[in-house]
Design a protein around this ligand. Structure first.
Ligand code: NAP
Length: 271
């Protein structure tokens, strides 16, 4: 899917001239980087796997004639975050996309506390740092956009992926509140809450997805929603899943999620 010319112009005029995209080496972040570059914004792309970022950078430079800055950084480390901010210091960043993140699954008591802390640092602490930094800059300038990757798991507890879902509840709550706080200053904040998407995510999280969207299904709807919605549920499958659960009481939603995630992580408990 591609953005219409009008949508590309809207993105560029409201959020140019640079976009900073974390998690751009793969999946949803990579797709967003492509669509944003296609709209004519220069992009600063961040992740740990430099070779993948370089490959994407070469493609974006040739295909869309934009400037691309590659920043290799581990966002689980304070030095990684500082490195990104320093690299971006001289750039006119008007759009932040915080897509870097990963999940874990299985019984909470069998998880590695170290890995759960690492997930908290990437999914929440680094996102907080970038959001805080650019909120202040965008507020002073009275323009800017912030897209935070939440998830449909953010809206209730999710047994067998309890802590991952909790990190996404944090992101969702922060985005909803900032959307209203920053609106009077001309700054748009969006929570993007996809359902299952076929990316590198499921392998890292050790989850088996039976149905999933592709990054191409979710990139355009996310960008179209920026400045128009507080939360976007991108893709048909996401809407179907979210709306079918909408009227269920929260306690029932947790039970349903236990069944769904139970199926996705069953292989772990069978050994
Ligand atoms: N896929 C889904 O079903 C789904 C659904 C809802 C929400 N989400 C959210 O969407 C976001 C993107 O996930 P995805 O599905 O696109 O998965 P993905 O393909 O695995 O991409 C994750 C990205 O995050 C980066 N990342 C992970 N740990 C990092 C670290 N320590 N430092 C820097 N970068 C790091 C990865 O880059 P490197 O490995 O190169 O560092 C990669 O670019 C995540 O926040 C995820 O929670 C995903």
């Amino acid at each position: 899917m591609h953005l219409s010319t009008a949508e590309q112009q809207r993105l560029k005029s409201r959020y140019g001239s640079w976009a900073l995209i974390t998690g751009a080496s793969s999946g949803i972040g990579k797709e967003l980087a492509e669509r944003i570059a296609e709209a004519g914004l220069n992009v600063l792309i961040v992740a740990r796997r430099k070779a993948l970022l370089e490959e994407l950078a070469a493609k974006l430079r040739t295909q869309y004639r934009v400037e691309v800055l590659v920043v290799e950084a581990d966002l689980g480390m304070p030095e990684g975050i500082q490195h990104v901010l320093q690299s971006a210091q001289a750039l006119d960043v008007g759009l932040l996309v915080s897509s870097a993140g990963f999940g874990t699954s299985g019984l909470f008591t069998e998880s590695s506390l170290e890995e759960e802390h690492a997930m908290l640092r990437v999914n929440c602490a680094s996102l907080l740092h970038f959001t805080y930094h650019y909120s202040k800059i965008f507020q002073a300038r009275k323009r800017g956009g912030i897209i935070l990757l939440s998830s449909m798991v953010a809206f209730q507890g999710v047994p067998y992926s309890a802590h991952y879902a909790a990190t996404k509840a944090y992101v969702q709550s922060l985005a909803e509140a900032l959307n209203l706080e920053l609106k009077p200053f001309g700054v748009d904040v969006l929570a993007a809450a996809p359902g299952p998407v076929e990316t590198g995510f499921s392998e890292v999280a050790n989850m088996k997805m039976s149905m999933a969207l592709t990054p191409k299904d979710v990139g355009v709807p996310i960008l179209q929603a920026l400045g128009r919605k507080t939360t976007v549920f991108p893709g048909f499958l996401t809407k179907l899943l979210v709306y079918s659960l909408r009227t269920a009481p929260r306690t029932l939603k947790v039970r349903i999620m236990q069944m769904v995630m139970g199926g996705m992580t069953e292989h772990q408990r069978k050994g």
